[in-house]
Design a protein around this ligand. Sequence first.
Ligand code: ZN
Ligand code: ZN
Ligand code: ZN
Length: 300
Amino acid sequence: MILLCTALLCVCAAGWAETPMHDESHRTVERVHGEPWAEKTGSMETHALITVYDLYCEDCGQVIQENVRREETRQPHDWRVTCEEPTCTEPGRAVRRCALCGEEDVIETPAVGHCYMWMDVKLPNGDVESQYVCTVCGDVAQTRGQSAAQMNYNSTITSFGPKTRELIGGGVWNRVTPLNLEDEGMFTYPLIAGDQYTVGTATVINEKGKQIISYKLNTKKITVHTESLVIYPSREALRTGKNAVAVEFNRPLEMEKYFGDDKLVLMAITLKADFDPQDAGIQSFREDKALINALTKLID
Ligand SMILES: [Zn+2]
Ligand SMILES: [Zn+2]
Ligand SMILES: [Zn+2]
């Protein structure tokens, strides 16, 4: 009994120095708040186990210390592993996640890509059609035979805006999109194929002096062979090619580096692609005169 008292007194002196009012010969106990929980420590080997409790006196009822946090370190994770195989278009993921603290470790494997070959496919109406089909997922990229006559091969696709022949003369219908780099925000423009069809959307994000230019096609069945993105500082540059800058899609650009204070530029997106005008994602194109006029005003 005497030994126990001495031991308690020892703990008292160390832990409760800030509460001198309490009778140190009393017995204190921990009142734990709920279940202990695991917390991430950033380590792939261990997490910490956290217990929060109040210290109170069993003899006089005084609460000596509230919300004391005890951290037991080096507790092993309880890993649960899930795997998602990559597909033709989606990357695969191997994820291990600790069931206790939620720590996560992810390994991504890239999408494997389609594996296309030409195959003769019998249609419901009995006709046989030649399809360029992925042998893994069944995606059909092209067809020929029945619909061969309708395919448009190596067609030019550009973003919406005035035609270059109206700006600088010449015979091609290609369009360029005037941009005002002073206007911040996200801007979208239709993608026009062969001056006849709307096949997708070009997007320009302009924020804090940085630009990202991207495009999206309305159907997977457009096969793009080449793509180019050129920025011209002026109509004169469009004519001569001088001071034009070829840039990349989907990369942050800083056009100020190329054109300084010249904020009015012309964006030329040019794709060469095969497509089937019968495809559901392709609409016939009609020029919006009001939009053309508004864009033309931006040209210096
Ligand atoms: Zn007490
Ligand atoms: Zn853990
Ligand atoms: Zn596939």
